[in-house]
Design a binder for this molecule. Sequence first.
Ligand SMILES: C[S@@+](CC[C@H](N)C(=O)[O-])C[C@H]1O[C@@H](n2cnc3c(N)ncnc32)[C@H](O)[C@@H]1O
Length: 239
Amino acid sequence: MEVTNHVKEAFTELAPSYTSTMDKELNQFWGISYPDFVERLVKVAAVKPGEKVLDIATGTAVIPIKLISTIQPQERVVGLDITPAMLQQGRKVIADRSIMNTIDLVCASAMDMPFANGMFDVILCGLGTHHMNVPKMLFEARRLLAKSGRLIISDVGATPFWRSLAGKLLIRLLMFEYGFTNQSARSQAELEAFQNVRTAKEWSALLRDFGYVKVRIDEIQPRLPWFPSGLTLQAEIAG
Ligand SMILES: C[S@@+](CC[C@H](N)C(=O)[O-])C[C@H]1O[C@@H](n2cnc3c(N)ncnc32)[C@H](O)[C@@H]1O
């Protein structure tokens, strides 16, 4: 799946209210707040002093901002996103906090990232992969990671219920209803992303196919069976 106009349009519209919308949706799906989600991701990343970090699909740069406030990396953190309006929101917060010298924001696609091979020790991606061609993103991330570099992804996942006959039928019905009653770019982008939501087992196989090792996946169970689960994936490039 390539980046569609719906993705950029959806996140351009959403940018001013991004944080509150995420807070509402994550509470609805998993019973956790958006700040809690970001804090967990940063904790899992466990960035060490001197490590070079890239945050893919950084959006409004909430993850880099949290990283530099908690871990205080010695290197500048790089955030990459395809939607200028999301980055613009992040730039405002970065300027308000006078932390311009700690974060670089780059507008580009995760399908083709403008960085040299082996440049990063840690790559993060929060709530972004379901909008991407995941194999291409994993290929690019592997190219950019240094030896023993770590990839940490946290995103919506499919549960085994989604793969059952009852689950498939119910979810198709719900999607039809959602598409019928919501005509916004956001709903179109989420509907297009649906085919890209994987179970923990499917992610694990894909990561291994792309040469990642030490794969670990933690799952937050959804509050209702037809909601997506929350997957946090950790993997490494062989040393
Ligand atoms: C739900 S937001 C996640 C933002 C942030 N990572 C967070 O956790 O709050 C998804 C972001 O992915 C970005 N995105 C989608 N497809 C992308 C691609 N191919 N390359 C770069 N960014 C992409 C969108 O522009 C949007 O800002």
